[in-house]
Design a protein around this ligand. Structure first.
Ligand SMILES: [Fe+2]
Length: 297
């Protein structure tokens, strides 16, 4: 199984875009990327826009040319781009249920996407609770899981891809995990590689300090019980410059249990590039020119 993380916070944009290739098919989970509209009260600068353009082009090309299946785990624009609807033609499509367990804002975006799909004659299926087989590849979708501790953000779908004894788990925006149902699904899948968004610690009390603590406890326990080869932490957690410090006890448990705890960039053999988290420093020009403009491909 090949896992290619194409975009994520550790690669400079908001995203959890990943192509999973087994010997049977290539599955694109969450083909999209976006920027934080306001961070530290500041809009994205040219460094971030440039990075976004570069990565979105790459995502779109891989979606069009390589994926036989596409999954959209929920309707936030860092996970898909409605303008790309025609690029989904000819692929098997699984979508977060656009009608149930969805908040008003996401339901509106879902309607817009479905209208575009139908204008191109593109068919799709509801992902929640499904189990699909393609040759020796099994794809399992979770029931709707809460987008973090606050139900008002709606629900997301986690995806497990299994080939033989190898299972990759994409948790989408569970923002933790803080919910029992999410943990239950993770335990059921027994993944070797987990790509997880982590809690939004950058929001501080707005995320909830207790919820962040609970997420950390859950991640420590998850490593202790499941002993995956990799726990890839990214997305919400990697918007925080001190994520490494926050995750210290998780790293410690990882070292004890043989689990590599790393960011998406590191999983791809690259240096993390937290462009959003470094936005204020770039505005204040406290970063060196090299730090600011060092943008790996
Ligand atoms: Fe997201």
């Amino acid at each position: 199984m090949e896992i290619r993380i194409l975009a994520a916070e550790s690669l400079g944009v908001r995203s959890m875009a990943v192509l999973v290739r087994t010997k049977d098919l290539a599955i694109f989970i969450d083909p999209g990327a976006a920027l934080g509209p306001k961070r530290y009260g500041l809009p994205p600068d040219e460094v971030e826009w440039k990075r976004l353009r570069f990565l979105k082009e790459k995502i779109r090309k891989v979606l069009k040319e390589e994926a036989q299946m596409a999954v959209i785990t929920h309707y936030h624009y860092d996970h898909y781009d409605p303008e790309w609807a025609p690029d989904f033609r000819g692929k098997k499509i699984f979508l977060k249920d656009p009608h149930s367990n969805i908040n008003r804002n996401q339901a509106k975006r879902a309607r817009e996407l479905l209208k575009r799909f139908s204008s191109h004659g593109i068919l799709w299926e509801v992902a929640e609770g499904r189990r699909e087989f393609f040759g020796e590849t099994e794809i399992v979708f979770s029931a709707p899981l809460s987008h973090g501790p606050q139900p008002r953000f709606g629900a997301v779908v986690s995806v497990a891809v299994r080939e033989g004894k190898n299972t990759f788990l994409h948790t989408s925006d569970v923002s933790g995990p803080v919910q029992k149902e999410a943990l239950h699904f993770f335990y059921q899948q027994e993944p070797e590689i987990i790509f997880l968004d982590g809690p939004g610690t950058y929001l501080g009390p707005r995320f909830g300090l207790e919820a962040a603590d609970l997420a950390r406890k859950n991640l420590i326990r998850l490593i202790d019980d499941l002993r995956p080869n990799f726990l890839i932490l990214d997305h919400h957690l990697l918007r925080d410059l001190s994520w490494h410090k926050w995750a210290e006890p998780i790293f410690e448990m990882g070292a004890r249990r043989g689990t590599k705890v790393i960011s998406g960039a590191e999983f791809m053999g690259k240096e993390p590039l937290l462009l959003e988290a470094l936005r204020r420093q770039r505005y204040k020009k406290t970063l060196s020119k090299v730090d600011t403009f060092l943008i790996p491909g």
